[in-house]
Design a protein around this ligand. Structure first.
Ligand code: G6P
Length: 362
């Protein structure tokens, strides 16, 4: 049938979509690049970003996790305050808004009902909205004032992969464009840095056997798994845990490294897998301290670090990328480990139980 043709030689859409990520990133660079090699987004989006005093990012699921990284990018590159909210919560518990807010809706499908509820509400209040989506003709795109396309191509697997990295790449360009519009001097070339990210993704996608082995070693029999990281690594831990839960049904949680001791460490038993991410220089020592804490209580730690920060015994060392963009690269092993864990457990990778690709009911 048609879906078999689209899958090509891949056994699952998820694996195909993981592999497409370097191409998606290069495609985004190409679509948003000017002839002179600089980035320039739409003038209206530029002025909306520039004139707002606070940005409210609204999303659900994996897109919410991309939003957490997006906040860092906009705050660190464009120096504008950002809040990130779960759509279904925002609707019923709206925070105090700033005087001149701009809303950013992030949605792969552009159809998520929880987001639409917020969009209708804020439009009624007269606020402006930008939708970042993979489907430009979608409801959220049509009803917002502006749209940025993530150019990911159709994502079929229920577990989102390439949409997440595409959203973060577009956030990078949005942050840089806003910085430029605000006269901020940057020592960060997004085209170059995203190019390095795409190359790193390709290197990782060529080493699937390594991640299959990690899945075998750590996840074949376990009933749970923890992901720990600090700073940017914490956000990608949330996404890694969601991926693993969604498709392998292993109970998984992502935690901020320093927060574990305030309760969750009680769950660590002999052999509990703890996947620790260490790609941020300023927290490298402290996350490794957290790994020692769980190891002392019997955990089976699996450290994924980055070139320049590696230590003996790390399970995998990622190729080096700019410290603001590590999440785009770190997530690839986490996606692949989840994929193989689900595969080894005989789960339906592309169509996990109880989940839908796009949730159009509240
Ligand atoms: C569903 C999907 C998730 C997705 C979420 C948000 O729950 O199963 O994978 O992250 O919706 O979807 P969106 O299309 O708005 O990004």
């Amino acid at each position: 049938d048609a879906s078999d043709i689209e899958k090509g030689t891949y056994p699952h859409f998820m694996l195909k979509e993981i592999d497409e990520q370097p191409f998606v990133i290069r495609n985004i660079i190409q679509k948003y690049q000017n002839e002179d090699g600089t980035v320039h987004l739409d003038d209206d989006i530029r002025s909306a970003m520039k004139s707002s005093d606070r940005i409210y990012v609204i999303a659900a699921g994996t897109s919410y996790h991309a939003g957490l990284v997006g906040k860092q990018l906009i705050e660190k590159i464009a120096q504008r305050p950002v809040e990130v909210h779960i759509a279904s919560e925002f609707l019923y518990n709206m925070p105090l808004l700033s005087e001149n807010p701009l809303f950013i809706f992030i949605s792969q499908s552009g159809e998520t009902a929880d987001l639409r509820g917020v969009l209708v509400d804020v439009k009624k209040k007269g606020y402006r909205a930008l939708t970042i989506t993979n489907v430009p003709g979608s409801t959220l795109s049509r009803e917002a004032d502006f749209t940025l396309h993530t150019y990911g191509g159709p994502e079929i697997a229920v577990a989102s992969t390439k949409a997440y990295t595409a959203q973060m790449a577009v956030f990078t360009l949005l942050a840089v464009d806003t910085a430029k519009a605000s006269g901020i001097e940057l020592d960060f070339d997004p085209i170059k840095e995203l190019g390095i990210v795409a190359n790193a993704m390709e290197i990782l996608c060529d080493q699937k056997d390594r991640f299959e082995q990690i899945a075998r070693d750590y996840l074949s029999v376990t009933r749970n798994c923890f992901f720990i990281g600090r700073a940017a690594d914490y956000f990608v831990c949330l996404e890694g845990a969601l991926k693993l839960k969604e498709i392998s049904y292993i109970q998984a949680e992502g935690f901020a490294g320093g927060e574990l001791k305030h309760g969750t460490i009680a769950l660590i038993e002999d052999g509990t897998p703890v996947i620790a991410i260490a790609t941020q220089e300023h927290v490298n020592l402290s996350i490794r301290g957290n790994v020692k804490e769980v190891a002392a209580r019997g955990a089976n730690p699996c450290i994924i670090s980055m070139e320049g920060l590696e230590s003996e015994g790390d399970a995998f060392v990622l190729p080096k990328v700019h410290e603001l963009l590590t999440s785009l690269v770190t997530v690839i092993p986490l996606q692949l480990i989840s994929y193989y864990a689900a595969l080894h457990r005989g789960c339906d990778v592309d169509k996990p139980r109880n989940l839908a690709k796009s949730v159009t009911v509240e």
